[in-house]
Design a binder for this molecule. Structure first.
Ligand code: BMA
Length: 378
């Protein structure tokens, strides 16, 4: 080959490699908030990488605050597996009081979030906000969303709640750096059990509620360490999933909750919905340049000793699409003494499903905290 040809070939290769990289970067999921902090962008990138590698971060609600047999400082996940979950869920319900709706001090939640972050763990916040009209709980379906929007009787009360939330997340700081948070408000809205869901609100009002929440926190309160997670309950089609979607510019993570699929009486067809749900959110996330997740699930009281390896894991690892959920979170382990009920989703030490849970977390696709913290972001 002549020298000129060699140079031309070299230049061609150089330019094509360069442009491929540029395109790859362009296709990488990006946060909507252009002012998002460095740590927040880094977290989003990490989630996107976990997803691209077909791995899933394991999460647990209220993990560090209490467990089936104990209250205050601990972890049923660590007691059973020797490691902490990679992701921790907390709920903002009843913010303004000392304790949240499940009796955890907000000051403790802050402490747990900081401890987890220092170890490399991730935080997600949900919010079972009280019904501002009935002044009760999120399960009170008295119509209220229309009156919470601008001009409505409860708008000011709503702003006060958002201000309390803003103060809470602004306080999540270590060495002058804000701890990034996956914020998942107004979840399971395709069901009618919360005041913000289903027949208790119009499609338009739901979208306005969501958009207002984002705009107020991001633009008015100038909070730039939140990643917004949209999270429906069970669904069967992409159209159903997107029915009340507030818009690409208001959502960063596409999530969903599904408990029905794993209930003891669920048919094999119903169980298979999870595969379909995982595929739909993964394909949508791919199309929209976002991250996807299985934001809540589990089998209450883990009544099946092989639930984790025979029911849950095969869904997550079913195919290339289902593997893309960046994280999956199981719900809380209610303290038996306090609540007098078997309402737990992770085995406690000594529970008959503990060995199966250990096998589940040992699967190479499942990430607990220590593995997650060692992961380098490309
Ligand atoms: C529900 C139950 C309730 C709890 C609520 C908010 O699923 O666990 O007991 O109060 O979540 O955490």
């Amino acid at each position: 080959m002549k020298t000129q040809n060699l140079i031309a070939l070299f230049l061609f290769c150089f330019i094509s490699i360069g442009s491929t990289n540029a395109t790859d970067k362009e296709n990488e999921p990006k946060l909507n908030d252009k002012k998002a902090t460095k740590a927040t962008n880094a977290l989003y990138q990490k989630l996107s990488q976990v997803s691209a590698e077909g791995k899933t971060i394991f999460g647990h609600q209220d993990d560090l605050a209490y467990g089936y047999h104990w209250w205050g400082n601990g972890s049923d996940v660590k007691n059973v597996t020797g490691d902490y979950p990679g992701l921790y869920g907390w709920d903002m319900g009843e913010i303004g009081n000392d304790k949240n709706l499940d009796g955890v001090l907000f000051s403790d939640i802050k402490k747990y979030i900081k401890e987890a972050y220092a170890r490399g763990g991730i935080t997600t916040l949900s919010w079972h906000m009280i019904n501002l009209k009935a002044k009760t709980s999120s399960w009170d379906t008295t119509r209220v969303v229309d009156e919470m929007l601008k001009g409505g009787k409860y708008h000011e009360d709503f702003l006060k709640k958002l201000d309390l939330f803003a103060d809470f997340v602004n306080d999540l700081e270590i060495d002058g750096e804000k701890i990034p948070v996956l914020f998942r408000p107004w979840h399971e809205h395709n069901g009618s059990w919360f005041w913000w869901g289903g027949k208790n609100v119009t499609e338009e009002d739901y979208k306005s509620l969501w958009q207002f929440t984002v705009k107020y926190l991001r633009d008015k309160k100038k909070i730039h360490h939140l990643i917004y997670v949209y999270s429906t309950d069970a669904f069967q089609t992409e159209e159903q999933y997107l029915e009340r979607f507030p818009g690409d510019e208001y959502v960063d993570v596409l999530g969903f909750d599904d408990y029905g699929a794993f209930r003891e009486n669920a048919t094999p067809e119903r169980e298979a919905w999870v595969i379909n749900e995982l595929e739909i959110v993964a394909k949508l996330a791919d199309k929209k340049g976002k991250v996807c997740a299985f934001s809540e699930s589990g089998l209450e009281a883990v009544t099946d000793d092989t639930f984790f390896t025979e029911k849950l894991l095969p869904k997550l690892n079913h195919n290339e699409w289902t593997k893309k959920a960046a994280y999956m979170m199981l719900w809380r382990n209610a303290n038996y003494e306090k609540e007098q009920r078997d309402h737990f989703y992770v085995p406690y030490k000594g529970h008959s499903s503990a060995s199966d849970f250990i096998k589940f977390v040992e699967d190479p696709s499942i990430l607990l905290e220590s593995e997650l913290s060692k992961m380098k972001v490309n």
